[in-house]
Write a protein that binds this ligand. Structure first.
Ligand SMILES: [Zn+2]
Length: 269
């Protein structure tokens, strides 16, 4: 029986591997966009309905403007690198929610929320672009679906032979991965390697969008300073900050600017 489970698991892993266009790495993903995105869109709308969405202010307009520029930069990068149509199922949306939590997140398919609590740390449009680039990168790289797939593998281990991925099961896994069972919008942390990937991809797309990638290290310094008190910001607890990360971002910024120059971007705001 053990061997059967292993065989099924190996088959699923091979069948479910998909190449990440940004890293060229093969990644584990059982869940097609067609299965995940509708769930994410429904959960996102439910979240917006339950929370206070800020509209019409200059901050709200800034979130939308930065989001559109970052998504458009991602699309240009994908088109130029042989992935036209990669974003066809994405439905980008960028909302500012009145909540003092220091956080921002992105659900699969491009559904993004910034809390007003993170604005004192982002401080300016370029700071928003750092966080936006990072969150959009999680969505582009299918990190959410990979996290669900890892959860699915654990289930295979736990429930012998039960490998059918049916809608209700997928929904449960989705809810677990996103912490939607109890508190909507509170997500499990991504792995360290997903965080590093999102940092590097985010830096490139923010630069292609015309934002200065040097701001990324400065933003994480501010985040770190904020966490000097007793309660670290929520964004830190799901996005661990450390000196390695800050030095990585500093080291990668020139390469991000170089990439942006390929798209005719020569100055950064
Ligand atoms: Zn992250």
């Amino acid at each position: 029986m053990k061997r059967l489970i292993l065989t099924v698991a190996v088959f699923l892993v091979v069948a479910a591997c998909k190449t990440n266009p940004f890293t060229g790495k093969s990644t584990l993903n059982f869940y097609p966009n067609s299965q995940i995105f509708p769930m994410a869109f429904a959960q996102y709308d439910e979240f917006l309905g339950d929370n206070k969405v800020v509209t019409g202010t200059s901050d709200a307009q800034m979130i939308t403007r930065v989001g559109q520029r970052i998504a458009s930069a991602a699309e240009r990068w994908l088109d130029a690198n042989g992935y036209p149509g990669y974003l066809k199922d994405y439905k980008w949306e960028y909302n500012l929610v009145d909540d003092e939590t220091v956080n921002a997140w992105c659900m699969p398919g491009g559904k993004i929320v910034f809390y007003t609590g993170i604005l004192p740390i982002t401080q300016n449009e370029t700071g928003i672009a750092v966080v936006m680039g990072h969150e959009v990168a999680h969505a582009l790289a299918d990190h959410g679906a990979q996290r669900m797939s890892a959860g699915m593998l654990q289930q295979i281990g736990a429930v012998a032979g039960n490998v059918a991925i049916q809608d209700p099961e997928a929904r449960n896994t989705f809810n677990t991965a996103y912490g939607l069972g109890s508190t909507v919008g509170v997500m499990l942390p991504f792995s360290r390697s997903h965080e590093t990937e999102a940092d590097r991809i985010g830096l490139q797309i923010m630069a292609i969008a015309g934002y200065n990638p040097d701001e990324a290290a400065r933003l994480w310094q501010r985040m770190k300073a904020q966490s000097g008190g007793e309660a670290p910001p929520e964004f830190m607890s799901t996005h661990p900050s450390n000196d390695t990360r800050i030095s990585n971002l500093t080291a990668w910024a020139p390469a991000a600017k170089q990439e942006a120059r390929k798209f005719g971007v020569t100055s950064f705001k």
